[in-house]
Design a binder for this molecule. Structure first.
Ligand SMILES: O=C(O)CCC(=O)C(=O)O
Ligand SMILES: [Fe+2]
Length: 340
């Protein structure tokens, strides 16, 4: 891919470029879906997931089986990693185009043209050679994160199996498409550290912890901590008002809940029936705590060789490799020009 025109040929990107404004705030509940007794309650859960994904695109899941102690442990190790001196973290640099390794303020969103106020460490299984801090640097980091990645994947596949049922694919369709054993696996666990805001730093409206974007995967599951809010969602993806007219509402983190959203890849794979929804993470406002914010996101992204096409064939087939490459290239400044 060489020309800018090629990089922005996907309509999702062109939409994002118009969405950096602050907008107006509104209130809206996002659905909370109880996953307890998953096997026995599958039909009911599928109904609720389908409704949330077709009407809102965002939902939170409760009683999902991922134990609070495991989530706390992963958060604690993530904090330990980010607390390392910068020179140490530089030993694990993000591998170009592969979503693996550490980056600091390098993600520029097409919607804002400014870098997100964050650093991240990304775990994508086939590309982790040389990127794991060892037992001396952050004890237990690799073991705990690999286990967490597996459990998040397992949960993601359960949710996707419900969508497969409804779309008319066989139940294991998306699990095969996100096969962890294959070298072209590209689902990612991303540890996120949004930087604290110094007391004397004035608010700059062009700076965001994460600028407005849609995710480009199938399904994202975000682990957040109570008291560390900031995630905002805007209904729809671009046709519902631009700039200051757009409505945004907050998602409040609550212990025990995992916030989930549909990404562009599943929207395309469902012939637009499941909605990928714009979202962003805002900066603390005057009077709000200015401390760091930590979250962890698991992105279910189909393996590179999978061909994405919905049951109704609304869009031409495209490999997951080609689809994601275009989106990643547009989002990381280091990889070439970004939209202004
Ligand atoms: O940190 C969050 O709450 C959301 C992160 C997010 O939207 C992303 O990494 O794509
Ligand atoms: Fe996101």
């Amino acid at each position: 891919m060489t020309s800018t025109a090629q990089k922005y040929q996907l309509k999702e990107l062109n939409l994002e470029r118009t969405l950096g404004g602050f907008g107006r705030e509104t209130e809206r509940e996002i659905p909370v879906i109880d996953l307890s007794d998953f096997t026995a309650r599958r039909a009911e859960i599928t109904d609720q997931l389908w409704r949330a994904a077709t009407e809102v695109g965002f939902f939170q899941i409760a009683n999902h089986g991922l134990e609070p102690a495991r989530i706390r442990q992963a958060f604690a190790l993530s904090e330990r990693f980010f607390a390392l001196p910068e020179a140490r973290k530089q030993a694990y640099p993000l591998k170009e185009g592969l979503n693996a390794g550490w980056e600091f303020k390098s993600q520029v969103r097409p919607s804002t043209g400014t870098a997100d106020e964050k650093e991240s460490f990304q775990i994508t299984l086939p590309h982790m050679d040389g990127l794991w801090p060892n037992q001396t640097v952050v004890p237990e980091f690799q073991r705990v994160m690999l286990d967490f990645e597996y459990r998040a994947w397992r949960l993601g596949m359960d949710i996707l199996s419900c969508f497969a049922d409804r779309l008319g694919f066989d139940r294991a369709f998306f699990t095969r498409a996100h096969d962890r054993a294959r070298p072209d696996y590209q689902s990612t666990l991303r540890l996120l550290h949004y930087l604290p805001l110094p007391e004397d730093q004035p608010l700059d409206p062009s700076i965001w912890r994460a600028g407005a974007h849609t995710d480009f995967d199938c399904l994202t599951m975000v682990f957040q901590q109570e008291g560390q809010g900031g995630l905002q969602v805007s209904p729809g993806r671009g046709t519902e008002g631009k700039g200051e007219e757009r409505a945004w509402y907050s998602v409040t983190p609550k212990d025990g809940l995992i916030t989930c959203n549909i990404g562009d890849m599943l929207m395309r794979w469902s012939d637009d029936r499941l909605k990928s929804t714009l979202h962003r993470v805002r900066m603390p406002r005057p009077g709000e705590p200015r401390g760091a914010r930590y979250s962890m996101a698991f992105f279910c992204q189909a393996n590179k060789d999978e061909i994405i096409q919905g049951p109704e064939k609304k869009y031409p087939p495209i490999s997951a490799r080609d689809y994601l490459l275009q989106r990643i290239q547009a989002n990381f400044e280091a990889r070439g020009p970004v939209a202004s």
